[in-house]
Design a protein around this ligand. Structure first.
Ligand SMILES: [Zn+2]
Ligand SMILES: [Zn+2]
Length: 114
């Protein structure tokens, strides 16, 4: 498969899902290797079509950017469930000189709290 084909397949895979890790993407595309997926994702991020969600040092998820569906995320630190939230930046006290791009809210979800 040519690199440009991988790029489109990766983007299509992300559009169908919400958030995926590189391992998830590797599993859903036959015969693709980690570095190919990584390289294509870096390029897609640069082009503004995909964004990274840094959950932890070793836990990075990717999602395709849909301008019609801006949202932030809630991450449950117990079960690792991720939920979409309405964009949060307007609720935050603005910090001079900083432009907020996205917000990751961490906490414990309803079912883990029980
Ligand atoms: Zn939970
Ligand atoms: Zn999302």
């Amino acid at each position: 498969m040519r690199t440009s084909t991988y790029r489109n397949t990766i983007l299509a895979t992300l559009k169908e899902a919400h958030l995926l890790s590189i391992a998830d993407i590797c599993k859903s595309i036959p015969q693709v290797n980690f570095s190919t997926v990584f390289r294509n994702l870096e390029q897609l991020c640069k082009e503004g079509l995909v964004k990274r969600l840094f959950i932890d040092k070793d836990y990075v998820l990717y999602e395709s950017i849909n301008p019609h569906n801006p949202h932030d995320h809630f991450f449950c630190t117990t079960c690792h469930m991720i939920q979409s939230l309405a964009p949060q930046k307007n609720f935050l006290k603005q910090i001079p000189g900083i432009e907020i791009s996205d917000v990751l809210v961490r906490g414990i979800c309803e079912s883990c709290k029980k």
